[in-house]
Design a protein around this ligand. Structure first.
Ligand code: BLA
Length: 239
């Protein structure tokens, strides 16, 4: 279901000089003991970014997921890239979340980094359903212009791919602009906010139960804390 999206993402990273780097073996691929389901992850080294991870979960007709987060260098206060696409086959339900995840919720910050996303949001009104979030706080690490869809698959499928392509292109534009203008948040503070992002996400991420059901509790705990949101690995020396 999301193969074309993964290909689009990979190509767009490669074009910008990204190269794949090793993922710790236990996280690169895990096959469910239930059979038929596999989760694969990739890490990219991309100019301007300190970490870029991509995960694809393929559980056949039951579930398909594409998830990715890009963390810019601390010298750059631009938002993180957040992608979470899920398709639940049995109910034919699509959950699509595309956002530039803001470090802070300030007007000036939004004015600097979010004009493009605001325009995109207007271009794809079908993804602006003011969905209530159940797990996350929409005012923490999400922007007011996120593309968010939860509903039946048929009505969104075509425009989702167009939105995805535009969303990726725009993030590279933001990155270029951010590299040309001085950051307004100090690198130490950017670091702190990115670490907080990981901690917040690890606590709230509704994926935990899902991972556990496919890959067991131990693997899922480690995957979440050490691969998806590895803030603790960065703060180990500071306490
Ligand atoms: C929702 N994300 C979800 C849900 C699941 C996942 C199971 C609940 C589905 C539903 O609402 O019906 C799954 N999350 C995953 C998986 C991974 C993951 C499989 O991290 C990892 C491989 N989530 C993100 C990122 C964003 C994000 C980067 O990981 C930002 C774009 C957003 N996911 C997000 C939001 C929701 C969601 C906003 C709805 C949650 C809510 O209602 O509060």
């Amino acid at each position: 279901m999301f193969d074309a999206y993964l290909e689009q993402l990979n190509t767009s990273i490669r074009v910008r000089g990204g190269r794949a780097i090793d993922v710790p073996e236990n996280f690169a691929e895990c096959v469910s003991s239930k059979g038929g389901s596999v989760i694969r992850s990739w890490l990219w080294q991309v100019p301007g970014f300190r970490r870029w991870r991509v995960t694809r979960l393929d559980a056949g007709q039951n579930l398909q997921v594409l998830n990715s987060v890009a963390y810019p260098y601390y010298l750059n206060d631009q938002p993180l890239l957040g992608i979470d696409l899920l398709w639940f086959g049995k109910s034919s339900k699509l959950v699509a979340v595309l956002d530039y995840q803001p470090l802070v919720q300030k007007k000036a910050y939004f004015a600097r980094h979010f004009q493009g996303l605001q325009a995109l949001n207007e271009r794809f009104p079908e993804f602006c359903n003011k969905e209530a979030m159940h797990s996350f706080d929409p005012h923490q690490y999400f922007s007011p212009w996120l593309l968010f869809y939860r509903g039946d698959c048929e009505s969104a499928q075509d425009s989702l791919f167009n939105a995805f392509v535009a969303f990726l292109d725009l993030y590279w534009d933001i990155n270029e602009k951010a590299n040309e203008m001085p950051s307004e948040i100090e690198p130490e503070e950017v670091k702190r906010l990115q670490i907080e992002y990981d901690k917040y996400s690890a606590e709230r991420d509704p994926a935990h139960g899902l991972f556990t059901s496919y890959f067991g509790k131990d693997w899922s705990n480690r995957f979440l804390r050490e691969f998806l949101f590895p803030a603790e690995l960065l703060t180990n020396n500071s306490d």
